[in-house]
Write a protein that binds this ligand. Sequence first.
Ligand code: BDR
Ligand code: CA
Length: 308
Amino acid sequence: MRHFIIDCDTAEDDIMSLFMLIKNGVSVEGVTIVEGNISYEQEINNALWALEFIGKEIPVFPGSDRPIVKEFRSVPEVHGKGGIGDEIVKPSKLKPQSKKAVDAIVEISDRYPGELEFLAISPLTNLALAYLKDKSIVDKIKKVWVMGGTAWGRGNITPVAEYNIWVDPDAAKIVFNAGFDITMVPWDVIINYPINDKEWEEIKKINTKMAQFYIKIYTHYRQYSMEKEKIGGTPHPDLITTSVALNKNVIAKSEKQTVDIENCDCLTRGMTVIDFLGLWGKKPNVEVVYEINKKEFYSMLTDLLNWF
Ligand code: BDR
Ligand code: CA
């Protein structure tokens, strides 16, 4: 049995990622919430609401509500004010834990040393703070899966930076230099595999509660991505990263490389700098995913949408 913590800034793609983990039978030990896409309170509520929707009680741990150093900026224009387009979910009946995410990460790493996997589909503040609190988590967390950064320097929040890394580049720098076993799925790889018009129409025909929910929560994000970001469909940054974590066949091409983070207050803030030529002479620290097996991902997505 695989054990996961999923770290979310809970918008539509984060919610579906949580569902995908559960559907695939891994043990989700906790959902940790971090500053990101929308208001922090709404992110917590979305996570609780999502668990209520599928009838699962998994602890939700509130984490950091701001980056370690930088000023914070959310992106409600991308995901809608409530993170799921024009809808705003009702207050959930479930309650978050009183324990904070940082303590939960340290405790759960102690409970499953060498087995725990950390799925970061959000800024890396919680993981960085947990590491600063207890550096031994590097040896206890088996794997860190990161949705973030760019492979070739095409960003979304700035011309060269991807949002998750850009929000808290200081946290990302700590995490990327700590010695974790990291696989990174970059934004400019993700956008090559959107759900296109044909697939969107196919999904509309899947008449399950989950598929109807999917169409509802992604409509705004899809329109935004196609109109403003010139992407040929709905991008799935978090969901593709989750499917990469669950199924190695989703990766078509990856390479172990040396990656560092630009954390200056400058034009390139939040850029994931990849030392393609090994000029720094440092040991590679990140498995960078360059190509996705779209068929494999789409089959995992439709499997999820056929769940119920
Ligand atoms: C990432 O940032 C958020 O908008 C998404 O949830 C995803 O994790 C894309 O840059
Ligand atoms: Ca996210």
